[in-house]
Design a protein around this ligand. Structure first.
Ligand SMILES: [Zn+2]
Length: 61
């Protein structure tokens, strides 16, 4: 017996999801140490500080 490949087309599923299944907006904050843009709740990639303390040393490179 032949098996149908799909019940709905992609557009139909995507239309239904429309509002609640979507890409998230990436929030960016400014580092208080070096004022570089960085992701919140993460160690700063440029100066290695988090919550006023140096967590990762950026000098060893
Ligand atoms: Zn920083």
């Amino acid at each position: 017996m032949a098996v149908p490949k799909r019940k709905h087309c992609k557009a139909r599923s995507r239309k239904r999801r429309g509002g609640h299944v979507k890409l998230k907006v990436v929030s960016v904050i400014t580092c208080p140490q070096c004022s570089e843009p960085m992701l919140p709740h993460r160690v700063c990639p440029s100066c290695g500080f988090y919550r006023g303390k140096e967590i990762v040393s950026t000098e060893a490179e």
